[in-house]
Design a binder for this molecule. Structure first.
Ligand code: FES
Length: 229
């Protein structure tokens, strides 16, 4: 293998601030072009989102029940709501929302104008947004914003269906628990460990309260468990 850079060049990339300053300078025209391409929010932004997202919400049974309520989406200073219970997109009406996302109106309008189907890549990874929540992290909220097309929604809904509990149980330290982790189906006979009344899946560190089956790491994801004695 021949590396296109000398060892000295590689060292400077990782160790010298000057490299980053020069890089920022080189990319400045690209950034300016990208900013100039941002759209202004159209007067009918809400109607566009309704026409786009409501058909997705209509077929997203598992995502909707996983979110289980309204998510506030602030488009600049215009608050909207993606209501996962009523499966509607509408104006915010002052209700309590456990989850809230906010971004500059121009950024959201640009994602809408470009019909971006994965806002994780097109918006969230830029960190040009803010988010708040009451209670634990809810992966279904972000899954929705990553699957903004019929094909993606169907794919992920089918994937959730296939991931469901297959009915098998195992015995673990005085508890009968379902064999597959409700997160990504790790075999709990291998990856599960119990501390007190908490089951820990070592695959990604998710925790479950065995007495209630409630997932302590993320909303939803109930675990089937009962004591053997
Ligand atoms: S599969 Fe169990 S925590 Fe991810």
């Amino acid at each position: 293998m021949t590396h296109p850079h000398s060892s000295e060049q590689i060292r400077s990339i990782f160790e010298e601030e000057e490299y980053l300053r020069a890089y920022a300078e080189r990319r400045r025209p690209d950034m300016a072009r990208e900013r100039a391409s941002w759209s202004s929010p159209p007067p009918n932004l809400l109607e566009q989102l309704k026409a786009w997202w409501e058909p997705l919400l209509a077929r997203a049974d598992r995502i909707c029940s996983g979110v289980g309520g309204p998510v506030r989406l602030d488009v600049g200073d215009h608050p909207l709501v993606v209501d996962f219970t009523a499966r509607q997109v509408r104006d915010y009406q002052g209700e309590n929302c456990r989850y809230r996302l906010s971004a500059r109106a121009a950024l959201i309008a640009t994602n809408v104008a470009r019909r971006e189907i994965d806002w994780s890549n097109s918006l969230f990874l830029s960190l040009r947004f803010s988010a708040s929540r009451v209670g634990p992290y809810n992966e279904f909220v972000y899954t929705f914003f990553t699957c903004l097309s019929i094909q993606r929604i169907d794919y992920v809904e089918n994937w959730y269906a296939a991931r469901d509990d297959d009915g098998q149980d195992i015995l673990l330290d005085g508890w009968r628990v379902q064999k597959r982790c409700p997160h990504l189906r790790a075999d709990l006979a291998r990856f599960g460990s119990i501390e007190g009344t908490t089951l820990n899946c070592q695959m990604h560190g998710w925790r479950f309260d065995l007495a209630s089956g409630r997932c302590l790491t993320s909303a939803g994801h109930q675990l089937r468990a009962s004591p053997t004695r």
